[in-house]
Design a protein around this ligand. Sequence first.
Ligand code: C2E
Ligand code: MG
Ligand code: MG
Length: 417
Amino acid sequence: MSKHGQRLLIVDDDPEIASLICDVADGLGYETTAVTDATEFKRRMGDDFDVIVLDLMIPDMDGFELIRFLSDNQCTASIIMVSGCDRRVLNSAGQLAEERGLRVIGTLTKPMSIGALETELSKTPAKQPAHNQAPLNRPDVNQVRQAIFGGQLRVHYQPKMNLKTGSADRVEALVRWHHPERGLLPPSMFLPTAIEANLIDALTLQVLDTALDDLRTWDRLGLPVESIALNVEAGSLSDLALPERIMDRLSVHGVSPDRLTIEVTESNVVGTLTEALEILARLRMRGVRLSIDDFGTGHSTLTQLERFPFSELKIDRSFTNGIVLSPESRAIVHSTIGLAQELGLSVVAEGVETYRQLEMLIRAGCDEAQGYLITRPLAAADLESWYNTMAGERTSRAAVENLATTGFTQDQAACRP
Ligand code: C2E
Ligand code: MG
Ligand code: MG
């Protein structure tokens, strides 16, 4: 693809490498500029570049300082990181840069081949807004209370696709806030406030009510949704009456407990874990399934796996994301699947975005997948259309059945990133 008109900055103190990158980039149609030291780099940063090829070791500044500098200057260019160091150092730098809101689109270790350079430079997309734009103001407690009790919460659903059968009969409920002025807000904007202000149980029960209501509607419509998953923060679980309240809701809606999975998310509040353990164990005893969410990150650890009677394990999306390119992530995914199988848990991979990831997960023996590749979380009405359209049929059932048995069709291979 021609990059005609796109501006590329090369930051490398090795003239031979800089000239090689220049040649390849010129060939692809870029307008290229090369700099060799930190002072020149800082001076040119005021110019508007689409892509920066960044050597992590230039005189007067190491890679981590460069990353901080770019982040502090709200750099919106796509970045390709280059280094002669160990590949794992390069990966750490890439992750750090992403955490600082930079848009890293690739990494290259020196010495690099012309082919590898061409591949990285060809995939650079047009410039996008930075991730680290000024954060929107967090709503205060009164606004969150108003959202919960004023009917402003909405529930979206994301299917989990069974990789053995190709069906997508389990969905996860994800809360949203339909803010009167700001539109649909994600949970990260209001969950922390809801937890701090002790409003989380009210929110959980409301999400449960809505999801059970929707489940009954789907039953009437003949949609193939077998069960729903509800997210719960372990650290917020302290009300020992919660199991009764959940069981009441199930009974009011006429839904059997084995159609509900509770996804337990990270808990920072170690002090309440005894209560959490009792609450979750009581729910499990009555037939509700328990899932350990974001496994491998934060407090979602082996200790939790031993303490709580889980039936499902969800591999955090950071590992799914790395499964193709990072041998470390791939090893973690493989051993987690092995561990889950040994413990008799089913495994869901979160955040599946590409066919290649899906293919590797199928090969690794993963049970279910969830992610934008299958579909983004959808409002109830859109989920109904998703199930009813050919698109849903093609992306979920047919495609995976095909993948699981015969591998990629040419059509799907063409969709591979
Ligand atoms: P989670 O339970 O791990 O949910 C997965 C999150 O990843 C969702 O974000 C989903 O939209 C997003 N996601 C799904 N597929 C992909 C993908 O392919 N790529 C990427 N980049 N992201 C993907 P969301 O809806 O913003 O929720 C964030 C977190 O908020 C959830 O993480 C969960 O911990 C929490 N949460 C959501 N709804 C509720 C709720 O009703 N109650 C509680 N307590 N927590 C909730
Ligand atoms: Mg979840
Ligand atoms: Mg998760």
